[in-house]
Design a protein around this ligand. Structure first.
Ligand SMILES: Nc1ncnc2c1ncn2[C@@H]1O[C@H](COP(=O)(O)OP(=O)(O)O)[C@@H](O)[C@H]1O
Ligand SMILES: [Mg+2]
Length: 224
């Protein structure tokens, strides 16, 4: 079953008086519980693709289907779908510096309507699953890069999204911490039946994926 798909996505940016065609006809179908990797040269449009799938940006044309429904980022329900159906992990962790790890992870659940007590309990459980039981009360600047990314992962997962979109989640990490985060992603993908769409430069890790696509000249093609 498809959980998220983008069909014939086109996107161009106007830069001074020049138009840059970033996506020209990009199509991606992601089935439930699959792990998909997207590779491609810097500047080829990978982040743009992920932002459009995640309703953070609008395509000029094409369709995004989430849970069997065509959704546009302009729809009034888009923020709610974004918060409940989708989880995001970025290259930079974007954790709130003056909230603890546990409070950061609880935030999307509180935004979705849970009480702070319930959300913080769930955040503690999730962080423990990710090996961070001893780090609950630490602030982001008291965590290593790998720990910060695992907290970001927990934050992306707290509302139990069916789809996790990750934009170079290990791009900022040394090889050991990177391996640690990939292992977590793999484990979550297997245990929780969540689909992952991961943009990565790491060809080695991309082999862990169910399918790998390359983005070039505005289109996605299947590599393996
Ligand atoms: N908001 C924007 N305005 C103008 N150009 C942009 C904007 N966002 C991205 N671009 C351009 O679009 C291209 C694709 O960017 P991006 O999706 O970030 O690539 P990637 O993630 O593959 O490195 C780049 O040439 C970038 O400079
Ligand atoms: Mg990018």
């Amino acid at each position: 079953m498809l959980c998220i798909a983008g069909y014939n996505l086109c996107k161009s940016y106007v830069d001074s008086d020049q138009s840059i065609n970033v996506l020209t006809d990009a199509t991606l179908e992601v089935e439930t519980a699959k792990m998909i990797c997207i590779t491609g040269q810097s500047g080829c449009g990978k982040s743009t693709m992920l932002h459009i799938l995640g309703l953070l940006d609008a395509a000029d044309s094409g369709r995004v289907i989430i849970g069997g429904r065509e959704i546009s980022s302009m729809m009034p329900e888009a923020p709610q779908i974004r918060n409940s159906e989708l989880g995001f992990v970025f290259q930079f962790h974007y954790l709130v510096e003056d909230l603890t790890a546990k409070e950061n992870v609880a935030l999307p659940m509180i935004i979705a309507g849970s009480s702070s007590v319930v959300a913080q309990k769930r955040a503690s459980e999730l962080l423990s699953t990710l090996g961070l039981a001893s780090r609950l009360s630490r602030y982001p600047n008291q965590l290593s890069g790998g720990e910060q990314q695992r907290v970001s992962l927990a934050r992306a997962l707290i509302n139990n999204p069916k789809i996790v979109l990750a934009d170079e989640p290990t791009g900022n990490l040394d090889p050991d911490h990177s391996a640690e985060v990939w292992q977590m992603i793999l484990q979550l993908n297997k245990q929780r039946e969540q689909a992952f769409v991961i943009v990565t430069h790491d060809r080695e890790s991309a082999r862990l994926a169910s399918q790998t696509y390359n983005l070039a000249q505005g289109k996605l093609s299947l590599l393996s």
